[in-house]
Design a protein around this ligand. Structure first.
Ligand SMILES: Cc1ncc(COP(=O)(O)O)c(C=O)c1O
Length: 378
């Protein structure tokens, strides 16, 4: 029987392709964005203890109440924003589900959604599933947003603009002026909402992260998603949260209810206890040391490293090594040199190739050292 695909252009993600190839060729995997060092023992101890307790049944739909209170406290401690845990917080199965659920709840057929390229791959498909139109707008060459182009891309059909700050794959962070420009654009389009993907909110370096939570003009028209997977080195737990004003959250919860109903109870209970003892403020310094070490190790290589202000990704140009396209280069990097990375062209709708690749430096020192040794020999 012929089935017309709802997502005809979606193929296996580049992260899966590169990780699979890395395993096949026994290459060091700096492609997919996950840490390879142990999880905080305090968290695994909490988890082990909880396994014997009565935390194995459905939690309330929007989340385990102690965790929702903890999330509200975390937002207050981090950004001095007071939110109502019952009305404005949703615990999700990773930020991915927060993004999908938000788009499904708020975007209608015929709407347009602005996505800034290069962009993470979770944004476009839910838009297409809503019969809406993704409008991909390229960032400037230095990966700053081009607000004039963004403004020109906005029309009466534009429902949502998705921002990702700190930004995967480029490691850029938005500045005060970006928020002024965003405010200017929003003031001209009263029905435009913002989805702020801040999964790397605690991973910034020299400069502090500016969250949507701190901007008054965004509070009643912005949905913010975050990920405990990124903040606590537990990407496999697939747990995150979404924060939105009540009138938007009401709609988001309606979709959530039928998509997952409620998120894994044990992880929710474990994280709610862990939030009492963990200091998210230390995460930036932890990854800054990794970034600096990785950059130092690659200093004498022929890769040119781009500025990295946040996230755990390092963009590098291989233009001095090869003029092959970035997908071919990444495949050869695995087969011939034993290191896996991600080609940046895959983050663009038009697959713009600039001889750039992305390394993930959320790895232990031995992994970074072994990878750097191989990369310095190219
Ligand atoms: C920018 C961005 N948003 C969302 C996600 C998904 O987060 P989660 O694993 O919590 O679903 C990722 C994961 O790599 C990401 O890089």
């Amino acid at each position: 029987m012929y089935i017309m695909s709802k997502l005809p252009n979606v193929t296996t993600s580049i992260f899966t392709v590169m990780s699979k190839m890395a395993a096949e060729y026994n290459a060091i995997n700096l492609s997919q964005g996950f840490p390879n060092f142990p999880v905080d023992e305090r968290l695994t101890d909490i988890l082990a203890n909880l396994a014997k307790e009565n935390v194995h049944q459905y939690t309330p739909m929007a989340g385990y109440p102690p965790l929702m209170n903890q999330i509200a406290k975390l937002v207050f401690d981090s950004y001095k924003r007071t939110i109502n845990p019952d009305l404005e917080v949703l615990v999700t199965a990773g930020a991915t589900q927060g993004i999908f659920t938000t788009i499904l709840a708020l975007v209608k057929s015929g709407d347009e959604v602005i996505i800034l390229d290069p962009s993470y791959d979770s944004y476009e498909s839910p838009v297409l599933l809503c019969n809406a139109k993704p409008v991909r707008v390229a960032l400037n060459d230095d990966y700053t947003p081009n607000w004039d182009t963004i403004e020109k891309a906005c029309s009466s059909k534009t429902r949502l603009i998705i921002i990702n700050n700190p930004h995967n794959p480029t490691g850029k962070i938005l500045k005060e002026d970006d928020f002024l420009q965003l405010e200017r654009v929003l003031s001209k389009h009263p029905d435009l909402l913002v989805l702020s993907d801040e999964v790397y909110e605690y991973i910034t370096f020299e400069e502090k992260h500016i969250s949507a939570h701190t901007k008054d003009f965004l509070l009643d028209r912005c949905v913010m998603v975050s990920s405990f997977g990124k903040s606590f080195h537990i990407t496999g737990w697939k747990i995150g949260y979404t924060i939105a004003p009540e009138y938007l959250m009401k709609e988001i919860k309606k979709v959530h209810q039928f998509l997952v109903f409620s998120v894994n109870s044990v992880s929710q209970a474990a994280i709610s206890q862990y939030l009492d003892i963990v200091n998210v403020g230390l995460l930036g310094k932890f990854y800054q040391e990794k970034r600096d070490y990785f950059q130092k190790l690659l200093k004498n290589s022929r890769f040119e490293l781009k500025p990295c202000e946040g996230t755990y990704f390092q963009v590098a140009s291989y233009a001095a090594i090869s003029d092959e396209d970035d997908v071919t280069f990444c495949k050869k990097l695995i087969t011939d040199h034993g290191v896996a990375a991600i080609p940046i062209s895959t983050f663009y709708s038009d697959h713009k190739d600039q001889n750039l690749i992305r390394f993930c430096f959320a790895k232990d020192d031995i992994t970074l050292e072994s990878a750097a040794k191989k990369l310095c020999n190219i």
